[in-house]
Write a new protein. Structure first.
Length: 156
């Protein structure tokens, strides 16, 4: 077995009713089976000036209303606009209800923000539909694909 990477992967999330938090926990469990450390944190507990201390950024948010991020992401998303994350690997995940016209825009917002900062998207975002019931194990294939992308990614 390979030794774990020195820098852990950050999974940062925001959640109102617990769906995105539960999804973040499941992603952490699956990624934890691979040879890299994982840190799971609520976004309000992340010091944004220290983002380079992680190997990769995995950000999650439910989609609110007409396609907004969870309110806990408001300040971090604004702060990230001025960050240089050139070469930083990232992925995004989120929950939303398909009864709305833009059920997963939060994932797109996070991906676009990180890409605009120079980040490198590892795989397309995970978009889970809460209208049909959140089955977090349905995220396992995405988490395994993410783990493979993290393994294959060569730092810039």
């Amino acid at each position: 077995m390979k030794t774990p990477a020195r820098k852990p992967v950050l999974i940062a999330w925001a959640s109102k009713n617990g769906g995105t938090e539960t999804l973040a926990q499941r992603l952490s469990e699956v990624l934890g089976k691979y040879p890299f450390a994982v840190e799971l944190r609520n976004i309000k507990d992340v010091e944004l000036t220290l983002l380079h201390q992680w190997r990769a950024l995995i950000f999650g948010s439910p989609t609110y209303g007409a396609g907004d991020l969870h309110p806990a992401w408001d300040k971090p998303e604004r702060v990230l606009r001025d960050f240089d994350l050139t070469g930083m690997p990232f992925a995004a995940f989120g929950t939303g209800a398909s009864r709305y016209p833009t059920p997963h825009w939060a994932v797109d917002i996070l991906e676009n923000r990180l890409k605009n900062c120079g980040g490198v998207r590892l795989i397309p975002g995970l978009k889970m539909d809460t209208l049909i019931g959140l089955r977090v194990r349905d995220a396992d294939p995405w988490a395994h694909d993410l783990a493979q992308a993290l393994t294959d990614h060569q730092p810039a």
